[in-house]
Write a protein that binds this ligand. Structure first.
Ligand code: CDP
Length: 245
């Protein structure tokens, strides 16, 4: 997010470098139930991002001191693979992955009926196989489909997408160049049935009017993602539910 570049990110016809209009998201592909040995799983592509999510649980929470006698806890692990970015990423946990794991679990806690499973843990693993900006949103989108695929009771599914600003324009779903050289990035996630925002972050600067526009664009984008999440789950079960085996 440098805010400046000689690169033209939005041309005079309002087209972005990948040919999208400002309010268009990248191509999205979602598949549910892709792993045979997890309780639930999902694979998501958003543009060049490739993300896998797997869910285990609810199961007895270990270590025991983390158990909550009133509800299940959601333990999330976001992991960026070494080969997922252009510069080799050092393997293992870093501050960024701890932060993304935390905000992802907090967003999911808003929809999962955790009170049904006291002392349990629901474990969510997110693997970023290929990154091109927007991986936290792709990861959360995949994780909520994987939770639904695991049959875990939820109030709703959580879709996520980022809006932002580059070349002075408010844009939906920034790609890597727009994220690197743009002026702001605003990832968000909602509960579609109520439009409640369950994740909202901001990197960079924008005016109040631009921020309002970004939220409006992002919420609309989330509803598009939601449609594809539901389609993925319907396809999974219309395939007989055993497509991974
Ligand atoms: O991926 P997301 O936009 O949610 O998170 P970010 O921290 O804003 O990172 C933006 C992008 O920077 C990632 O999607 C990757 O493409 C890239 N990145 C990278 O190349 N190397 C890292 N160690 C971290 C991020």
């Amino acid at each position: 997010m440098s805010g400046t570049t000689d690169m033209i990110l939005v041309n005079k016809d309002g087209k972005r470098i990948d040919g999208r209009t400002p309010d268009e998201h990248r191509d999205i592909k979602i598949e549910a139930g892709v792993l045979a040995n997890a309780d639930g799983s999902a694979y998501v592509e958003i543009g060049k991002n490739k993300v896998l999510a797997a869910v285990y649980g609810p199961r007895e929470c270990h270590p025991r001191h983390l158990q909550d006698p009133t509800k299940a806890i959601i333990q999330c692990k976001y992991n960026m693979q070494t080969y997922s970015v252009s510069d080799r990423k050092r393997p293992g946990t870093d501050r960024r992955s701890v932060e993304i794991s935390k905000i992802t679990a907090e967003a999911l806690e808003k929809v999962v009926l955790t009170e049904l499973y006291p002392r349990a843990s629901i474990d969510v693993y997110i693997e970023i196989l290929q990154a091109n900006a927007g991986t936290r949103c792709a990861g959360l989108t995949a994780a909520s489909v994987a939770l639904a695929d695991a049959g875990i009771p939820m109030r709703d599914i959580v879709p996520a997408i980022a809006a932002g600003k580059a070349d002075g324009y408010v844009l939906l779903d920034l790609n890597k160049e727009e994220d690197n050289f743009g002026q702001a990035d605003v990832p968000m996630a909602i509960v579609p049935s109520t439009n409640e925002i369950v994740l909202l972050q901001m990197d960079g600067n924008m005016t109040r009017e631009e921020f309002d526009k970004a939220i409006e664009m992002g919420v609309r984008g989330c509803h598009d993602v939601y449609k594809l999440q539901k389609e993925a789950l319907l396809n999974r079960y219309s395939d007989g539910g055993d497509s991974d085996e």
